[in-house]
Design a protein around this ligand. Structure first.
Ligand code: CA
Length: 117
């Protein structure tokens, strides 16, 4: 129910995320979803796009951008941000490179030590 009946009144009050469908004599007859996406800044990150939902809205990562945590594409300003695929790939490559580097150095030291230690 998107409409909350007001006691002692024929009208009703719209729940959060809804706006009056029609009003007459300051009474509300039915409520409809607010399209928050039509307002600028609903999703303030430039890497996200706004998706209107019933009673609310979601900010999801734009095409070509991926959330930093598995959230089904949803963006949460404080802890899930969106990154371009290339960035993710580069970070993964750097991480893999560092691991491989450490492994090679460790193996070399181990082999060298086997011969001379
Ligand atoms: Ca909405």
């Amino acid at each position: 129910m998107e409409c909350i009946n007001l006691p002692g009144s024929f009208g009703c009050q719209c729940k959060e995320g809804y706006e009056p469908k029609s009003t007459s004599n300051s009474k509300i007859y039915g409520c409809k979803d607010i399209n928050e996406c039509k307002f600028n800044g609903a999703c303030f990150s430039p890497d996200t796009k706004c998706v209107n939902t019933e009673g609310s809205f979601d900010c999801v990562c734009k095409e070509g951008y991926y959330p930093t945590a598995p959230t089904g594409g949803k963006y949460y300003p404080s802890y899930v941000t969106c990154h371009a695929e290339e960035t993710q790939w580069r970070e993964a490559t750097i991480a893999l490179g560092v691991i491989m580097g450490i492994a090679i150095v460790s193996l070399s030291l181990y082999i060298a030590c086997q011969r001379s230690c």
